[in-house]
Design a binder for this molecule. Structure first.
Ligand code: COA
Length: 140
């Protein structure tokens, strides 16, 4: 929840709480990146769902003070592995047009633009729809 609150598009708490309900059957996977040693602090997380027969990267978030150390790329690679394991051949995602760090990360791991969803976000910004064939290329 703490990391979700720092996201460019935070999810309602009730949605995340529902996903973690042990009786939930929403077919969504949460992947966490943790520090080693005592404490096991959560460094970042990603969420994998499905859309149109493809895996869907629903969220990717790294603690602001720990960015640019390869954690996002490792999480994305893990999402790709998880999606392959679940039988998906492609992984898709949406990203804000202005999100240069995320766009650079996705392009670097072989995602290409498929379409644009005009005014997709509540503030009117467009979403770029990207997808990549699995397994992802250039993974760390
Ligand atoms: C996008 C995000 C997950 C990247 O995580 P990260 O751990 O900083 O990314 P990495 O260190 O693994 O970066 C991997 C590559 O992505 C690109 N990249 C990442 N951040 C970048 C930045 N600020 N500027 C330019 N390129 C960047 C680089 O190519 C980088 O490789 P390099 O460091 O060897 O040059 C992180 O910035 C974040 O949590 N942002 C807020 C949430 C968000 O926007 N999520 C995406 C929603 S679609």
């Amino acid at each position: 929840m703490e990391l979700n609150d720092l996201s460019p598009c935070p999810w309602p708490e009730s949605v995340m709480a529902g996903d973690f309900d042990e009786n939930s059957d929403v077919g969504i996977s949460y992947l966490g990146a943790f520090s080693t040693g005592a404490g096991k602090k959560l460094l970042g997380y990603a969420v994998l769902g499905r859309e149109k027969g493809e895996g869907l990267l629903m969220a990717l978030m790294v603690r602001p003070e720990l960015r640019r150390r390869g954690i996002g790329a490792q999480l994305l690679a893990a999402v790709g592995d998880c999606a392959s394991y679940l039988g998906f051949v492609r992984l898709r995602l949406r990203v804000r047009r202005s999100n240069a760090p995320a766009l650079a990360l996705y392009r670097g791991m072989s995602f290409v633009q498929r379409s644009v969803s005009r005014r997709y976000y509540a503030d009117g910004e467009d979403a770029i729809v990207m997808s990549a064939r699995l397994p992802l290329e250039n993974r760390p």
